[in-house]
Design a protein around this ligand. Structure first.
Ligand code: SF4
Length: 214
């Protein structure tokens, strides 16, 4: 355990701002799936392989970006706007970092709006953790680009569906709470309990580190 704690310090220090850790926004999705996955990712640096599924997702995302450049913005309920791809942001206020697949910027002056778009390799309605992630993208954009982001879109690649969500106060507050929980887990280097949904452990790439599951 001592070895893991030491590794955690060196792994996380590369994601540091001032004296705080920077949480990766994509960690919210993993944390909702199993908090221990996030713990391992920070505390066991370099152990996570890029699986076939992950690589397929990256490849598909590249193709979507190519198609996206030719697609009408009407799918997002917009008449016009400027597209910005793969926007990397760091938030001093939230102490987190993210790469947003696409930001559509519309309007000027008081009408200016920022719409974060997250591409997903899924056919299903996204779970709440994906919306929490979207809310953080919105907040980070507002901080860095100084414009309102009242809504966001999750685009389901396999079914070519754009789902639009309001980034309301409740969603934003819940997203900040989850960020705080992740930060506390990492800074205290405290391994969380395993996911109660043990079926998730069957194909988990970290299964060899969990000897209290299946
Ligand atoms: S094996 Fe199960 S408990 Fe362990 S990290 Fe994977 S999903 Fe979580």
């Amino acid at each position: 355990m001592t070895m893991i704690a030491g590794a955690a310090t060196s792994a996380v220090s590369s994601l540091q701002m001032d004296d705080r850790w920077l949480v990766r926004v994509t960690d919210l999705k993993q944390y909702a799936y199993c908090p221990r996955v996030v713990y391992y990712q920070y505390c066991l640096p370099g152990v996570r392989p890029i699986t076939y599924k992950m690589q397929a997702g990256i490849d598909a995302q590249d193709r979507v970006e190519e198609l996206e450049k030719r697609r009408s913005l009407r799918e997002y309920g917009l008449e016009e706007g400027e597209r910005h791809f793969n926007i990397v942001l760091t938030s001093a206020r939230l102490a987190c970092t993210a790469q947003i697949d696409l930001v559509v910027e519309t309007g000027i002056g008081t009408e200016r709006r920022l719409l974060p778009v997250d591409f997903k390799m899924s056919r299903r309605e996204p779970g709440r953790h994906f919306r929490l992630q979207l809310a953080l993208y919105g907040m980070m954009l507002e901080e860095a680009w100084l414009g309102p982001a009242p809504e966001g879109v999750i685009y389901l690649i396999p079914v070519k569906r754009a789902l639009r969500f309001k980034l309301d106060k409740r969603l934003r507050a819940d997203a900040e709470s989850m960020l705080a929980a992740i930060r506390m887990m990492v800074t205290q280097e405290r391994m969380p309990p395993p996911t109660p949904q043990r079926s998730r452990c069957v194909d988990c790439e970290f299964r060899r580190f969990c000897n209290d599951t299946i």
